[in-house]
Every structure is written in structure tokens, then in C-alpha cells.
Design a binder for this molecule. Structure first.
Ligand SMILES: [Zn+2]
Length: 159
């Protein structure tokens, strides 16, 4: 058995956020020092790692595992949008940061999620924000340098 096989056998997908870790719920979800009232929604694990690498975000995450894409036949059901809403309804989040990539699919997904969250009276008071300037159009979070990513997170805008 090679190292990669052994490593992948010990890796689990976090039931709560979709991150990969040796335990589920993952270390971020279990960390008592993280802010459990802020949820950051990202497209994939590489984006989560990019934000962690920047070291400026202290809330918890939700990894979507992709975007809505008519071309690839990926609708809300395939993407598991209801799971995000369930998580919001069963927790006490005060803010949701939609940190999807500034691509057409990323923004479409972001707007769709916003509409769905806003359509639920239970989530009326939740603050919705998205990453602000600094991210080049067509760019992807995992390719950004730390400074750009920090600026984008800090200057996030409310929807
Ligand atoms: Zn987790």
C-alpha cells in the first residue's frame, strides 16, 4: 500500500461542512475558538484552503462542491442547495458570506442562494454578504495572493 492510499483511507468528508479531514465533524467545525455565527460558503475545498491560508477568516465553512451549471446539467438538486438551507435553519448563524468565484457560474449560484435564503421567513434577519473588490473577473479564489484575498474578505458587501 502506498502513502497516498493510506492517507486517503484516513480522510473523511465532514458531515457538517464538506471539508476533508481525518475526523468528521472536521477540526474547523469542532474548534471552539471559531465563530459559529458566521458561515462562509465556498465552491470547493481548494477555496476553503485558500481562505484558511490567508488566515483572516475565523468562522465556519460550507463547501458546495461545485456551482450551478446549465451546461453541465447541474441544478439545485445535484448541488444539494437544500442541505445549505437546512444547515442555516438548524443553526444560529448571524451572517452568511457567499465566497463563490467571480465567474458566471459562481455568481449565478450566489444569486440563486441569495434568493432561496431571502425566500425563507425564518432567515429574514440573517446578514448576507459576498466578497468585494480585488478579485479579478474570471479569477478563482485559490489562485489569489493572500493580500488580495484578505482585502476581498474584509471589504465584503451586504447583498
Ligand atoms: Zn467541518
Amino acid at each position: 500500500m502506498d502513502i497516498l492510499t493510506r492517507a486517503s483511507e484516513g480522510i473523511k468528508t465532514c458531515v457538517s461542512c464538506g471539508n476533508l479531514d481525518e475526523c468528521s465533524p472536521c477540526a474547523y467545525c469542532m474548534d471552539p475558538k471559531r465563530d459559529k455565527e458566521v458561515l462562509c460558503v465556498v465552491e470547493d475545498i481548494a477555496d476553503l484552503w485558500a481562505l484558511e491560508g490567508a488566515g483572516c477568516y475565523k468562522g465556519v465553512y460550507y463547501v458546495l462542491g461545485g456551482t450551478l451549471s446549465a451546461l453541465d446539467g447541474r441544478g439545485p438538486e445535484e448541488l444539494g442547495i437544500d442541505k445549505v438551507l437546512d444547515r442555516l435553519l438548524s443553526s444560529n448563524f448571524k451572517e452568511v458570506i457567499l465566497a463563490l468565484n467571480p465567474t458566471l457560474e459562481g455568481q449565478t449560484t450566489s444569486h440563486y442562494l441569495t434568493d432561496r435564503i431571502r425566500s425563507l421567513p425564518e432567515l429574514e434577519k440573517i446578514k448576507l454578504s459576498h466578497l468585494a473588490c480585488g478579485i479579478p473577473l474570471g479569477g478563482e479564489l485559490d489562485y489569489l495572493d493572500r493580500g488580495t484575498l484578505m482585502a476581498a474578505l474584509e471589504e465584503r458587501k451586504t447583498f
